[in-house]
Design a protein around this ligand. Structure first.
Ligand SMILES: O=C(O)c1ccccc1N[C@@H]1O[C@H](COP(=O)(O)O)[C@@H](O)[C@H]1O
Length: 220
């Protein structure tokens, strides 16, 4: 089954949509410049609206961009997370340090634009648990992700990605089946594609996206 992560959950209706659609993962954005950013306290309120991962609910992923250890600790003091998503310029050493300090799996996001970008995966593989292979931010973008930009999914076709991974970058209900098929992706992650305005999730789009993935899977 193709895994689904819906990122940037920041209101109860979106949380309910993720729960009802039975997406495997959700993301809370702890990066203040993002329109999807929420406080740790708000994330805790939303997290309480779905069963814990251990009870069959979605894995709670905390999205950080080059965070200090203090920043991660402050979030974890308010809301338990199941995984750290590192979406900045964190080195393998930094990923290893955060993983060891907090005892949580790490998903490292890497931007892919040309085949040579895949060379970086080898250095991270020993110290991360999952990759998120995303588009690179376009010129002038203020965010390192969440920009609704796709990349050439065929760059990933047939590649030996050395960890479990998710495909991201500009995914929508309309393109996800082709993306999964072309990249051979075992899972997908999105934010903009299920929003009615930047930073505002649309529950109906979340439901439709997850349903499309379930129906299309790898063969869509
Ligand atoms: O969503 C954000 O605001 C964000 C901010 C900073 C880093 C990453 C961010 N989002 C991640 O990017 C992918 C792709 O987003 P999109 O579907 O193209 O909008 C998203 O799934 C998040 O993991």
């Amino acid at each position: 089954m193709t895994l689904v992560k819906v990122c940037g959950i920041n209101d109860p209706a979106a949380m309910a949509a993720v729960r009802e659609a039975r997406a495997e993962m959700l993301g809370f954005v702890f990066f203040p410049p993002s329109p999807r950013a929420i406080s740790p306290e708000r994330a805790a309120e939303l997290s309480a609206l779905a069963p814990a991962a251990a009870e069959g609910g979605p894995l709670r992923v905390g999205l950080f961009v080059d965070p200090s250890e203090e920043a991660v600790a402050a979030v974890l003091a308010a809301v338990p997370l199941d995984m750290l998503q590192l979406h900045g310029a964190e080195t393998p050493e930094r990923c290893a340090a955060l993983r060891a300090r907090f005892g949580l799996p790490v998903m490292k996001a890497l931007g892919i634009a040309v085949p040579e970008d895949l060379a970086a995966l080898a250095g991270y593989a020993p110290v991360v648990d999952r990759f998120l292979l995303d588009a690179k931010p376009p010129a002038g973008a203020t965010l390192p992700g969440g920009n609704a930009v796709t990349f050439d999914w065929r760059l990933l076709a047939g590649r030996d990605i050395p960890r479990p991974w998710l495909l991201a970058g500009g995914l929508t209900q309309g393109n996800v089946a082709a993306a999964v098929r072309q990249a051979g992706a075992p899972g997908v992650d999105l934010s903009s594609g299920v929003e009615r305005a930047r930073g505002v999730k649309d529950p109906a789009l979340i439901a439709a996206f997850v349903q499309t993935v379930r129906e299309g899977g790898r063969a869509g």
